[in-house]
Design a protein around this ligand. Structure first.
Ligand code: TYC
Length: 123
């Protein structure tokens, strides 16, 4: 007859404790909506502004060079700005829009023209 220990009174039998107790399965629902890991970058419009001095052909050349528009697309954008005062050229991420607007404006400045491109966030 084996004694378990001097504190046990189990009639001489050794008592073995179960060592691993199974955990109850608990599922929890997140209290707040999980934010998606990737987000679409905010887009910015590059806007061409009309003036009375820059030659039409120069505006078309800048639009083709900086924004990769075809002759036809560049002419349409130029004539829209000429008639209405402004025209959206294209949309890009913030950095790209600002860089292109600055480069295109500087191209006019280098020739002494007041040609102007600005950027604004899309709705
Ligand atoms: N209005 C200019 C002209 O008549 C041409 C022009 C068009 C200039 C569009 C700027 O964004 C512009 N020579």
């Amino acid at each position: 007859m084996d004694d378990c220990c001097r504190w046990c009174q189990n009639g001489g039998k050794v008592a073995y404790a179960k060592l691993s107790v199974p955990m109850p399965e608990i599922t929890t629902k997140p209290r707040v909506q999980v934010k998606p890991q990737v987000e679409r970058p905010k887009l910015y419009k590059v806007i061409l502004i009309n003036d009375d001095f820059t030659p039409r052909e120069f505006v078309v050349t800048v639009l083709k060079g900086e924004f990769k528009l075809s002759e036809d697309q560049a002419h349409r954008v130029m004539i829209t700005a000429h008639r209405r005062g402004v025209c959206v050229v294209a949309v890009f991420t913030k950095d790209v829009a600002e860089t292109k607007a600055t480069r295109a404006t500087d191209a006019g400045k280098a020739k002494g023209y007041p040609l102007m491109f600005t950027t604004e966030p899309e709705e």
